[in-house]
Design a protein around this ligand. Sequence first.
Ligand SMILES: O=c1[nH]cnc2c1ncn2[C@H]1C[C@H](O)[C@@H](CO)O1
Ligand SMILES: [Zn+2]
Length: 457
Amino acid sequence: MQNENEHGNENSPHQHEHPAAQVADTAVAARTAAAQDSGASGPAAAGATARGASSQATQPGPGASARGAATGGAGSSRAVATPDRIKRAPKVLLHDHLDGGLRPATIVELARENGYDGLPETDPAKLGVWFREAADSGSLPRYLETFAHTCAVMQTRDALVRVASECARDLAADGVVYAEIRYAPEQHLEDGLTLEEVVEAVNEGFRDGERRAAEAGFRIRVGALLTAMRHAARSLEIAELANRYRDLGVVGFDIAGAEAGFPPTRHLDAFEYLKRENNHFTIHAGEAFGLPSIWQALQWCGADRLGHGVRLIDDIEVAEDGTVTLGRLAAYVRDKRVPLELCPTSNLQTGAAASYREHPIGLLRRLHFRVTLNTDNRLMSGTDMSSEFGHLVDAFGYTLDDMEWITVNSMKSAFIPFDERLAMINDVIKPGYAELKAEWLFRPATGRPAVASPSAG
Ligand SMILES: O=c1[nH]cnc2c1ncn2[C@H]1C[C@H](O)[C@@H](CO)O1
Ligand SMILES: [Zn+2]
């Protein structure tokens, strides 16, 4: 099992714990072979050890052969991630803000209907550009200022239902099959809604969006995460709300907002409450602030996942000869398989990373951290899941195998029950990728021989 984990499949539990897992055996074998082909994995990464212990160099990661495949390596082209395949591939999204993903045209309409006259632009196309540019500030606090406009138009029941429904439909049309969408109920009370009414409106919207997506031929399931704002003092109340609506559409809890100056330990009572209730939570940490924030989120607060966690890179040393040394915290995160909700485009905008190529996701994936890929705020970043994967394909030569590995990672890290995660992996994600990778078998014949016969000339 260790070996399988190192190959990035890390699906080991279900193979022994659930009969449904047998369905996936062939896919696992095929993918493992492909991963070996690509040099994508192997025990090399396991050599990276906690500082002070012996360490080994890592080997070239995924991408090495993806480029080979793209240039025509026989057979391996079956895993090339073309834009069309990226879009059709099943994807899982764990970190996406409801108030960061509105359609620009919807913002304009809702502003008109609700008498909000503070929008910087009223033409939807221009407004979309405005959000991207304003968020592209290199600073998290300035990035967060843009949310004043989206929250302003999300204050009524109808607006929340509409925005949540469109969110589910937009994700489904992009090939997302499972999403956990977060928002802060405390930011939607200005026109008199109660916290409960906010949650119920958003849930209704998600259900409506799932239904309408299914009618359009897309299957998606959406769970809500309730966020408490870290500068405010309502986290225990919101944690209790999340617990009350558990099994009623809410799958967990989160804290968000400016990180520097607002450590997660300010909200210990909320986290301790959720732990006592056996509930799940993630914490935005290691985005604008470094290792202490990640350390607190994990070791003081007990987070199940890290929102971003990208600054963990500060605890990883890569020597010139390629030798990798993990500090104690990075080693803990990898050993414990703590999911990292990485959001590359958002990180570029807030200054947490300089470029896609330099984004830590490349190294973290090679070192077999529990990497997941996310959008954070589709409106502010002008992105979606397909675009995020597209950036990784361009930067690192990722293939469908890498996409599948990341998607399975995400599904394993979701907050819904184990049997449902497993069924999603075995009955939706793996068959989806297997189908895409089998397409080469059904190419139409060209009508002429691919290689000239020796007698021909
Ligand atoms: O990337 C982020 N880091 C911290 N806070 C964030 C990020 N994206 C959005 N938020 C905040 C602004 C939203 O209004 C709030 C709830 O979704 O969460
Ligand atoms: Zn976020």
